[in-house]
Design a protein around this ligand. Structure first.
Ligand SMILES: [Fe+2]
Length: 477
């Protein structure tokens, strides 16, 4: 069995390194109907107590993981924006005052949205926090990441296009059993925009209550998808992203971004760049200028793992949304290769797909080169738009499978990226149908910076030196 596992892992890594025939999974899944969970279902229920905090979610609040932003909604009256927290349950030594806002969407009036930045946290520590007052107060906890360090291990989950169906709930519950510490979310949260008029706002509220079981306890790193745009002139709603931006804050200022829709954070040994597929990104736009500077700030000696999130996949071989990532590819792919991005996660297509390391940076319209080629410096592109929303699966893949596509399957699920050290991470894609422990696509990801021959030799030499230098010390005992 172990031998078999070893063989299949090395087979996968050979594919990743060299490029080879890809796999189109023949798995036919059973599925819940793609319908949203009814409003009266208890997983969407409002917590007990007058004005009790609901839709609680946290995200990283700074560049390096010593802060969180805690957000929640109160429905009846403004109430308190205070967060009380401490190192043990029920003992809240520190109080921080947050901010309050609300918004209207058509004739829907949102609840009171509280956002509180909690700073100066210790790394690798469990904090307990309380929000709300009196009988309606609610208690949660979260864990801070390890200090930014090249060998800090950390397990991320990756979820996209989640929505609020029974499939969404299944994905969420499978993810929560994975042991991952934080979600990299690749856009399309609630699918509330599939409703009309006041129901749009109502369905943002139900989504917040559905995901609270995870988002109140660990940070989700948000990026925006097309379902966050909500450009609806017929309702008089023409300011894009209004609901998303009002409800889901991001720490964009910490990375000198001018807009909450694109930003970067560092967490453990990873540098994570969040891009906005639906904001201007071509040359000379604010996002382009910002990304140019952010890539220069990446220090692989401190954060070996360089991860990019976006909504629209650049390499996708599904009929759904085919080529939609081409404009961003032509703008940014050259940088992704130059800066040796390890992996790029996207959503949008409601299926799973993984590419080989390929690039198409030689394409220049007038030349003959117009097809992606194997490129060891290029990222792996992974599409995880399979969270389980009300639009259902994108089950029609292009035939034949293009050479850049390594594995593809139309099933619901989530991924995990378990970073072990500066050189290795274990990646899994987990299909909902198989329960918690069965993965259907997995491989060892070799770091693009530290995995190079020269640096690996340097690393081994340093390791050897440290072992030798420790010897006299240990000999004393
Ligand atoms: Fe999408």
């Amino acid at each position: 069995m172990l031998l078999c596992l070893f063989f299949s892992l090395s087979l996968f890594s050979t594919f990743i390194d060299n490029g080879s025939a890809g796999i189109t999974s023949a798995f036919v899944r059973t599925q819940f109907p793609s319908v949203d969970i009814p409003l009266e279902n208890e997983v969407l229920s409002v917590p007990n107590g007058y004005n009790a905090p609901q839709q609680v979610h946290i995200t990283q609040g700074d560049y390096d993981g010593e802060a969180v932003i805690i957000s929640w909604v109160t429905a009846d009256e403004p109430g308190s924006s205070e967060v009380r927290y401490g190192l043990s349950e029920g003992k809240y030594d520190v109080t921080v005052e947050g901010t309050l806002n609300n918004y209207t969407f058509y004739k829907y009036e949102s609840g009171y949205i509280h956002q509180c930045l909690v700073t100066g946290l210790q790394y690798d520590t469990k904090y307990y926090y309380e929000i709300g007052k009196g009988d309606s107060a609610r208690n949660f906890w979260f864990e801070t990441p390890p200090k930014v360090d090249p060998d800090a291990s950390y397990k991320f989950g990756i979820i996209g296009d989640l929505g609020q169906t029974y499939n969404s709930l299944s994905t969420l519950q499978h993810y929560m059993a994975s042991g991952a510490k934080s979600v990299l979310f690749v856009g399309d949260l609630s699918y509330a925009d599939r409703y009309q008029y006041n129901d749009v706002g109502v369905r943002w509220d139900t989504f917040g209550r559905l995901v609270e079981q995870s988002t109140a306890y660990q940070p989700w790193i948000w990026s925006a998808g097309n379902h966050e745009i909500e450009y609806f002139p017929y309702m008089g709603e023409v300011v894009p992203f209004r609901s998303f931006l009002s409800r889901y804050p991001t720490p964009y200022r910490a990375s000198k971004s001018s807009n909450p829709l694109w930003y970067a954070i560092r967490r453990a040994s990873a540098h994570i760049i969040v891009l906005s597929s639906y904001s201007p990104f071509v040359k000379y736009t604010p996002q382009w200028h910002w990304l140019k500077q952010e890539f220069k700030k990446v220090n692989r000696e401190k954060t070996p793992w360089l991860i990019v999130l976006m909504h629209v996949p650049i390499y996708n071989s599904n009929e759904a949304h085919f080529m939609e990532g081409e404009s961003m590819r032509s703008s940014y792919e050259r940088w992704f290769v130059k800066y040796k991005v390890d992996v790029i996660f996207a959503g949008h297509v409601h299926a799973y797909e993984r590419s080989y390391r390929i690039s198409n940076i030689h394409y220049n319209v007038s030349g003959g080169d117009a097809y992606p080629v194997p490129d060891k410096k290029a990222p792996i592109y992974i599409t995880v738009g399979d969270g389980g929303n009300s639009e259902g699966l994108a089950s029609k893949f292009r035939d034949p499978q293009p050479e850049y596509s390594a594995f593809r399957e139309a099933s619901y699920g989530h991924s995990t990226l378990d970073i072990k050290n500066r050189t290795h991470a274990i990646y899994h894609w987990n299909r909902n149908d198989d329960g918690n422990n069965i993965t259907t696509d997995s491989f060892t990801l070799h770091n693009q910076y530290w995995g190079s021959g020269l640096r690996r030799r340097k690393l081994n030499k340093n390791h050897l030196n440290s072992v030798i230098s420790e010897r006299p010390f240990t000999a004393r005992f």
